[in-house]
Design a binder for this molecule. Structure first.
Ligand SMILES: C=C(C(=O)O)c1ccccc1
Length: 373
C-alpha cells in the first residue's frame, strides 16, 4: 500500500516523500527581492518532499501585495538563487509559484500608480497588503481595475514564459502556475469576474483560453515535466465566483491532460476555510474531477490541499485519492513537519499574528524536535 512517506517522481522531479509545503504568502521580501532570512526559512523546511514557494509575481503589473517576492528583477533572481542553493544543499526540492494578481492589487503597487488589470473592470470585494508610511503593514481595499485590451494578453503570456525561464535559471526544480484563489487566471475562468465579449469571455472554452496559452508558453520553454498548476474550483477567496464550477473545471483538467505536467494542485473547498464549501447548486465532486482528468489521459501527480491533518493525509494517499498532500499552516509552525507526522509527535501551534510581515519572529524561530522518538 502506498504511503504518505514514500518517494515519488512527479514529471522530471524526484521527491523523497509525498508531503508538500503549500505556497504561503509571508510578506517578508522588501522590494520584491528574496533575502537571507527567506533562504533560512525554506532551508529549515527542506525535508518536505517538495517546497512550493510563496506566490511570486511574474512582473511589476502582477504584483499585488507589499513585500512579496518577484521573478522580474535581476536582484530578485540572485536572491532566489540563494534560496534554491540552500534548499538543494539541505537535500530538498523546490518549485516557485508564478503569480499575476490581476485585480487583487492597489494603485500604489502598480507601475506608475496605474489601475490594476483584470478581464473586466469589476472591482473585487477583497483586500491587499500595503506598507504604511511608518513602516507597519496593514490590509487595504483592492483598487478598481481596468479591463485588459486583447492586444495586451500576448505581453502577459510572454511575462509568464520569461519568468519560467528565469526560475529554472535561478535553480528552481520547476514552477507552479497560480491559477487559483481569484487571481488573474482564475478571474478569466470565473464568470463572476469575466464579462468579456471577445474570444476570452463567455463560453467555458473562451474563459479558459488564456490559461492554456500560458501553459503552452511555459511548457514549451521549460518542459511539461517541470510545470505544474494550482486550481481552486469553489473557493470564494478574493471574491471569486462561478455558479457552475463542475463543468468549468472538468474542461480545465481535460485540457491539462494533454500535457505531461509534473502535478495538478487542487484546493478543496474554501481556501483556508470549510472543505465542503459550495458554489452553485450542488457540492463539488473532486473524485469526478480526478476521474475526468484520468479519462482524458492525464498522468500528472494529483496534489490535494486545505485542512488536511495527519490522519486525513495518510488516508488520502493510502486510499488512492491523492498522490501528494500540501500543508500550509502546519509547515509555518513545524519546520520538521515530515518527522513529526512520521512519528505522530506533538505539533507546534501556528501564530496567526506573525503570518504576514515582520522578521524572524513567527518565521524562522519555530522550534524543531531535537530527538524524534
Ligand atoms: C497568494 C495568496 C493565495 O494564493 O491565496 C495569498 C495572498 C495573501 C495572503 C494569503 C494568501
Amino acid at each position: 500500500m502506498t504511503s504518505l512517506f514514500d518517494p515519488l517522481k512527479i514529471g522530471d522531479i524526484q521527491l523523497a516523500n509525498r508531503i508538500v509545503m503549500a505556497p504561503l504568502t509571508r510578506n517578508r521580501s522588501p522590494g520584491a527581492v528574496p533575502n537571507t532570512l527567506n533562504a533560512a526559512y525554506y532551508e529549515q523546511r527542506a525535508s518536505a518532499g517538495l517546497l512550493i514557494t510563496e506566490a511570486t509575481a511574474i512582473s511589476h503589473q502582477g504584483q499585488g501585495y507589499a513585500d512579496v517576492p518577484g521573478l522580474y528583477k535581476p536582484e530578485a533572481l540572485a536572491g532566489w538563487k540563494q534560496v534554491t542553493d540552500a534548499v538543494h544543499k539541505a537535500g530538498g526540492k523546490i518549485v516557485v509559484q508564478m503569480w499575476h494578481v490581476g485585480r487583487i492589487s492597489h494603485d500604489t503597487l502598480q507601475p506608475d500608480g496605474g489601475k490594476p488589470v483584470a478581464p473586466s473592470a469589476i472591482r473585487a470585494k477583497s483586500k491587499t497588503y500595503l506598507i504604511n508610511a511608518d513602516g507597519s503593514g496593514s490590509f487595504a481595499e483592492t483598487s478598481e481595475p481596468r479591463a485588459l485590451e486583447k492586444d495586451e494578453l500576448p505581453g502577459i503570456i510572454e511575462d509568464y514564459r520569461r519568468a519560467a525561464r528565469a526560475a529554472v535559471d535561478a535553480g528552481f526544480d520547476g514552477v507552479e502556475i497560480h491559477a487559483a484563489n481569484g487571481y488573474l487566471l482564475d478571474q478569466f475562468l470565473r464568470s463572476g469576474s469575466n464579462e468579456r465579449t471577445d474570444e476570452y469571455g463567455g463560453s467555458i472554452e473562451n474563459r479558459a483560453r488564456l490559461l492554456f496559452q500560458v501553459v503552452d508558453a511555459i511548457t514549451n520553454e521549460i518542459g511539461a515535466g517541470r510545470t505544474a498548476i494550482r486550481i481552486s474550483p469553489v473557493t470564494p477567496a478574493n471574491d471569486a465566483f462561478d455558479p457552475n464550477p463542475q463543468p468549468l473545471f472538468t474542461y480545465v483538467v481535460e485540457g491539462l491532460a494533454k500535457y505531461d505536467l509534473s502535478y495538478i494542485h487542487i484546493i478543496e473547498g474554501a481556501t483556508g476555510g470549510a472543505r465542503d464549501h459550495q458554489q452553485g447548486d450542488t457540492p463539488f465532486d473532486y473524485a469526478a474531477l480526478r476521474a475526468a482528468y484520468h479519462k482524458a489521459g492525464g498522468k500528472a501527480a494529483w496534489m490535494v490541499n486545505n485542512g488536511y491533518n495527519r490522519e486525513l493525509a495518510i488516508d488520502a494517499v493510502e486510499e488512492g485519492k491523492a498522490d501528494l498532500v500540501a500543508f500550509g499552516k502546519l509547515f509555518i509552525a513545524n519546520p520538521d513537519l515530515v518527522e513529526r507526522l512520521k512519528n505522530d509527535t506533538v505539533l507546534n501551534p501556528p501564530d496567526q499574528a506573525t503570518f504576514y510581515g515582520g522578521g524572524a519572529k513567527g518565521y524562522t524561530d519555530y522550534p524543531v524536535l531535537e530527538n524524534v522518538a
